[in-house]
Design a protein around this ligand. Structure first.
Ligand code: ADP
Ligand code: ZN
Ligand code: MG
Length: 358
């Protein structure tokens, strides 16, 4: 942050997570690995946007989305509408994406994050909604582009936070906790390099003490946690310098250059109006049964924060040991099994962390 003026950073995240169901969101095509599968080997007339093809909702994708929304303490909306988001781009053969707009699956959630200083801050979640992923474009150096539609129609979850995050480091911690939860729930592998988990921070700054939001920029192409933290901090510094110079921040989408480690302008931000959202005419409203939602809630595993608290309070582990063991669900379950079989909690923790991991 600038030394001249005293600004506070304001950051809200949009996180996209592909849901690793067996089949796609609205057709029977397999969900395949975007790097290993042969291009365009998992496609059909529905996900290629052929005229007259009709989508069918994948109930497993709804179940996965509900797991995440419930784990993020959201209020679930039983009445759901899918919306058409219209835009033309070669990775989207239908020229619209099926998403959710006015009536998303879930709203008003939260997730607590603990900073390096040990202070716990609650980050509010604005909404969690379902949509479908687009295809993948590869731009060739000599000109021309290739498109792979395997990813087109893969169930996608969008998690949108309130602008409650205050630094690049906090954005990184929040996102890594989301990733951990997604992995616990078996919904997503968390592989940022493969693009199955993508995060876009919206960043603005304002004078310390002000309640008014400043003009934001949105950052894209972040394919690692380090890029997320560094890109966000770069934007905070850049915007501070812009304001210090007496200029105005422009609302735009910026890219992150991973080798030069700077952000650059990509395009002036589009507004919601440009997308001409309207209720998807090919799908009926999705009315969820409360009993089904309750059943999914009851079936959630013990989540990382609850495990850490239990390991510390009931089993007497250190914060560090509890965090290491709870970080991965399989490791935690191995530990839980050993302790319930009569293993001494501290001896088991030491053995696993020092000997087993090595
Ligand atoms: P969209 O980007 O699709 O227009 P929203 O306006 O709902 O969507 O905001 C997306 C994200 O940007 C949310 O995480 C929100 O908290 C955050 N956000 C909105 N306004 C600001 C701002 N002025 N500064 C920082 N983040 C913001
Ligand atoms: Zn298909
Ligand atoms: Mg946005």
């Amino acid at each position: 942050m600038s030394e001249k003026s005293s600004y506070e950073a304001v950051i809200g995240l949009e996180i996209h997570a592909e849901m690793l169901t067996d089949s796609k969101m609205f057709c029977g095509c397999r969900v395949v690995d975007s790097v290993e599968a042969a291009p365009n080997s998992a496609v059909c007339p529905v996900c290629l946007g052929m005229p007259g093809m009709l989508p069918v909702i994948n109930s497993r994708a709804i179940e996965y989305a509900l797991r995440v929304a419930l784990a993020l303490n959201c209020e679930i909306q039983l009445h759901n509408i899918f919306a058409r988001k219209s835009y033309f781009y070669p990775d989207l053969p239908k020229a619209f994406q099926i998403s959710q707009y006015e009536l998303p699956l879930a709203r008003h959630g939260w997730l607590d994050v603990e900073g390096a200083d040990g202070e716990v801050r609650r980050i509010r979640i604005r909404r969690v909604h379902m949509e479908e992923d687009t295809g993948k474009l590869t731009h060739l150096e000599g000109g021309g582009s290739l498109v792979d539609y395997n990813r087109s129609g893969v169930p996608l979850l969008e998690i949108v936070s309130e602008p409650d995050i205050r630094s690049g480091e906090e954005a990184r911690i929040f996102t890594s906790k989301i990733r951990q939860i997604l992995r616990y729930l078996g919904v997503n592998s968390g592989d940022m390099e493969k693009g199955v988990l993508r995060v876009e921070p919206n960043i603005s700054i304002r004078p310390v003490g002000s309640e008014i939001l400043g003009t934001r920029t949105e950052l894209k192409n972040l394919n690692s946690f380090r890029a997320l933290a560094d890109g966000t901090d770069f934007e905070i510094k850049r915007q501070s310098a812009v304001l210090d110079a007496g200029e105005l921040v422009i609302q735009e989408t910026r890219g992150w250059h991973d080798t030069r480690r700077v952000t650059f302008s990509q395009r002036v931000k589009e507004e919601a109006d440009d997308y001409r959202y309207f209720a998807e005419p090919d799908l009926p409203p999705l009315q969820l049964e409360k009993d089904w939602v309750d059943e999914i809630a009851a079936g959630l595993p013990e989540l990382p924060d609850a495990k850490i608290a239990r390991y510390r309070e009931t089993l007497g582990l250190s914060a560090y040991d509890a965090g290491v063991l709870a970080g991965d669900r399989r490791v935690a379950e191995f530990y839980d099994t050993a302790v319930s079989a009569g293993g001494d909690p501290k001896t088991m923790a030491n053995w696993m962390i020092n000997d087993l991991f090595a």
